[in-house]
Design a protein around this ligand. Structure first.
Ligand code: HEC
Ligand code: HEC
Length: 375
């Protein structure tokens, strides 16, 4: 059964109200925190889902939260939908309104060198990517490729951000899985490695034995996984912990903004254990993606992350407009940076990210990187 249009409309209307309200109350990090941060995320999740969702036999709160994580934070669409944006609706070239490519949403087929993203939509048995929840969890926790599509290179997934996602709480992983169960099933394009359904494992149900205090769990995990010492003075510790959780477990900021992302000998994608983030250069930028170079996100001498006030940071994420205007000849908009997804985050979560960035050690920009001059 598809979600009834009326209900969908109702949810969308609610979400619009909540978001408007959120924005008008946007303050500096820490102030005026939304009472019900989780309900906001769920509402936003339903609003931004680019496809009709089948809620039958699903936990709607998990589906909404999963949509929020997948679409506002982890940007699964950018890698698992080919191409990610509908024709004429690509926000990275200024084509608004943005529209994800619903026709092939999460059906895989994007090439990253020799690696091709997989079809995550439910198979004939309703299993996302053909995986039971137990198998899905195992893939994300270990990175072991269930299809073993490139044994000559590695048994581990090479592009998927599992080294970060595996730190998510069980509740959040269950939400992502529940959301994937609810998206429309699409056949994989010819030639895409796909699962000849793994044997064993539980049914395609996610764990609903959900922890009572999910947010407290996230905050605890956030502090446990922060790869650098955090300066908590004059910060809201709950926001810092949550921000660490979002930055290190839900979004691979480190993969793009730390160069190189892993400490020598501790790269999980090469099977090196234990994984260790490159703390010395953590989020200091300098990774080149063609002509685009990631920026230094650490606090400047005034304590401002990436040199941005909270208002400027929010504006940058919500609009994609490059605050440094580093490449006006190409675009005034940030390229590579997944702002078209992040901009749909709640103000509370953006405040948490900002508060966390305020708390990490300041690292000077490497000479020659875009923001070295302004520092
Ligand atoms: C940066 C790009 C990228 C992002 C973001 C990303 N993935 Fe992937 N994912 C890949 C690629 C590429 C593969 C397969 C090849 C590899 O990584 O070696 C893959 C493989 C997978 C697999 C293994 C599936 C199978 O059946 O073989 C799962 C499950 C998966 N991704 C889930 C997700 C989910 C869920 C999200 C969002 C929460 C996500 N991925 C975000 C690129 C990405
Ligand atoms: C897929 C890679 C990628 C990921 C993931 C990513 N970024 Fe970026 N980001 C970039 C690149 C590249 C740029 C510079 C883009 C350009 O030059 O057009 C950038 C620019 C930025 C800027 C502009 C800074 C300035 O002062 O000019 C901010 C802020 C930012 N990123 C924050 C973040 C945060 C916070 C996260 C995680 C929540 C994140 N990014 C995740 C690649 C990434």
């Amino acid at each position: 059964m598809k979600l009834k249009p009326l209900l969908l409309f109702g949810l969308a209307a609610c979400a619009a109200l909540v978001v408007l309200n959120d924005r008008s109350s946007a303050q500096t990090a820490g102030a005026g925190v939304a009472k019900d941060a989780e309900a906001d995320r769920i509402r936003v999740g339903f609003r931004i889902a680019p496809v009709p969702l089948s809620l039958r036999h699903k936990d709607p709160n998990l589906v909404g939260l999963g949509s929020y994580i997948a679409n506002a934070q982890t940007f699964c669409n950018d890698c698992h939908t080919n191409p990610p944006w509908a024709d004429g609706h690509d926000p990275t070239v200024g084509q608004e309104p943005a529209k994800m490519n619903a026709a092939v949403y999460l059906a895989g087929g994007t090439s990253f060198g020799p690696f091709v993203s997989r079809d995550l939509t439910p198979d004939a048995h309703g299993l996302p990517a053909g995986l039971s929840f137990g198998q899905f969890r195992h893939v994300i926790k270990t990175g072991i490729d269930p299809d073993n599509a490139h044994p000559q290179i590695s048994p581990l997934l090479q592009v998927d951000p599992w080294p970060y996602l595996r730190q998510m709480t069980s509740h959040d992983l269950a939400a992502v899985y529940e959301y994937l169960r609810a998206v429309p099933s699409l056949p994989s394009a010819a030639g895409i490695p796909d699962l000849p359904a793994l044997q064993g494992g539980a049914e395609g149900q996610s764990e609903s034995g959900v922890a009572k205090d999910d947010e407290a769990d996230r905050i605890r995990v956030g502090f446990a996984i922060a790869p650098v010492p955090l300066a908590l003075r004059n910060k809201d510790p709950n926001l810092v912990g949550l921000g660490s959780y979002i930055v290190n477990a839900r979004i691979p900021c480190n993969d793009c903004h730390t160069n190189p992302p892993w400490e020598d000998g501790h790269d999980p994608t090469a099977g090196q254990s234990p994984a260790k983030v490159n703390a010395a250069a953590y989020l200091a930028g300098g990774t080149a993606f063609g002509p685009f170079v990631s920026r230094n996100l650490t606090p400047d001498e005034h304590g401002l992350p990436a040199g941005l006030t909270f208002a400027k940071f929010v504006h940058t994420i919500r609009t994609g407009i490059d605050p440094d205007n580093v490449h006006p000849q190409i675009s005034p908009l940030l390229q590579v940076m997944p702002w078209p997804y992040f901009r749909t985050m709640t103000d509370h979560d953006l405040a948490a990210i900002y508060e966390y960035l305020r708390a990490i050690p300041s690292v000077p920009s490497a000479p020659g990187t875009p923001d070295a001059a302004s520092r």
